[in-house]
Design a protein around this ligand. Structure first.
Ligand SMILES: [Zn+2]
Length: 394
């Protein structure tokens, strides 16, 4: 039996309860065994002890929306997905290392070609490649004339069904499809809907019949209503969502997983696609609408979580942007811990520090509830109770 006690100035267990001053977390065989005050939680004989003075312990961070092989600052994200597997893999391995070293212990991967995510998930689980635990979509389901189409296009019932079942057979944890245009391709406005209602119902139905969630890339327009009414689990992005869209999502208990680093950080789309005026126009439309959208989101009571959308290592920036747009520090922290775990269907095993859950723990200097920016510098990183922060940076 391996036992580890981690102590710090405070523990924020992520459940929403008050921080535990002078707190400690006991991990046994990679699982959390107890969380409480150091004074009440004596280290069992033979337990290893890590003391993080001046720091706060938090649940391992969860990036609810990313990709492994994309670097937005290189531009042409669709083209990056279409490249040879070896070339894409050479970007993916350092990307995942950067994600892990930023404190992300679980990451939901929103679409890759070549089943890169299947092989990386297995390699990470086997300890051959450092990275967050992956929850994977495998290939994206996208229409030929739409956004998000890389090497695989799926149109009509027969092709859609076949590709979804091939994805599930290969190990997809959920199904990701693209209903609307996006920012990073010049093709059509971000609120154009590319799939028919029948196709949308088919995709979500195929995922649910296999007991898997369905996640949809949708910025706004008619696709949001079609997908929500058809029972989609998460709307991804939602940058052009209206109060009406959010009211419907609230009614159906649909999650919004949103992201801002790729749009606002200088290393995002602005760096990669500055030479394409159509993309820059879409970027600026999205940027202009986001503060209003975020206010509507917060007022609506819709549950939301955050993801970097391939801005590897920048989940702290997502949390900071959410605060800038009106979220409380507690909401932003939940958006990268408990709510992110819940949105991706994994709250039973990660997202909070509670007995029985995986031993995913990170530490930061100071208190993120006072200043969310402290998430930028993560100290200790435990994944399944194993120390990851001692990896040397690549
Ligand atoms: Zn994405």
């Amino acid at each position: 039996m391996s036992m580890l006690v981690v102590t710090a100035d405070r523990v924020i267990d992520g459940t929403g309860r008050e921080p535990i001053e002078g707190g400690a977390v006991l991990i046994e065989n990679g699982r959390i065994a107890a969380v409480g005050r150091r004074a009440d939680l004596a280290a069992p004989a033979g337990a290893a002890v890590i003391d993080r003075q001046g720091e706060t312990l938090l649940p391992g961070l969860v990036d609810a929306h990313s990709h492994v092989s994309i670097i937005p600052g290189l531009g042409n994200q669709g083209g990056q997905l279409r490249e040879r597997a070896g070339k894409a893999m050479l970007r993916a391995v350092p990307n995942l290392r950067a994600d892990l070293l930023s404190g992300v212990t679980t990451m939901r991967v929103m679409g890759e070609e070549h089943f890169l995510d299947v092989d990386l998930k297995a390699a990470i689980e086997a300890g051959r490649v450092p990275g967050p635990r992956l929850v994977i979509a495998t290939r994206m389901i996208a229409a030929r004339h739409g956004h998000g189409t890389a090497l695989t296009a799926s149109d009509g019932a027969e092709e859609i069904r076949r590709h979804i079942r091939e994805n599930l057979a290969a190990g997809a944890d959920f199904i990701k499809f693209f209903a609307t245009g996006g920012t990073s391709s010049a093709r059509a406005a971000a609120d154009t809907c590319f799939y028919s209602e029948e196709e949308i119902r088919l995709i979500i139905g195929e995922a649910h019949r296999d007991g898997r969630p369905a996640a949809v890339h949708a910025h706004g327009g008619p696709a949001v209503k079609l997908c929500v009414e058809a029972g989609v689990d998460t709307i991804e992005h939602g940058k052009l969502c209206t109060a009406e869209d959010f009211a419907l999502m609230r009614k159906h208990n649909t999650w919004l997983v949103t992201n801002n680093a790729i749009s606002f950080h200088p290393d995002g789309i602005e760096k990669g696609d500055a030479h394409t005026p159509e993309i820059m126009a879409k970027l600026n439309r999205g940027r202009a609408n986001v503060p209003k959208m975020f206010r509507l989101l917060l007022d609506s009571g819709v549950r939301w979580a955050l993801g970097t959308d391939s801005m590897h290592g920048l989940l702290w920036y997502e949390a900071q942007k959410a605060v800038e747009f009106g979220a409380s520090t507690a909401q932003a922290l939940a958006g990268v811990t408990r709510n992110a775990a819940d949105a991706i269907g994994r709250l039973g095993e990660i997202g909070t520090l509670q007995p029985g859950k995986r031993g995913d723990v990170v530490s930061v200097r100071g208190n993120p509830l006072a200043d969310i920016a402290v998430l930028r510098e993560v100290g200790l990183i435990l994944k399944d109770g194993v120390r990851m922060d001692t990896l040397t940076a690549a």
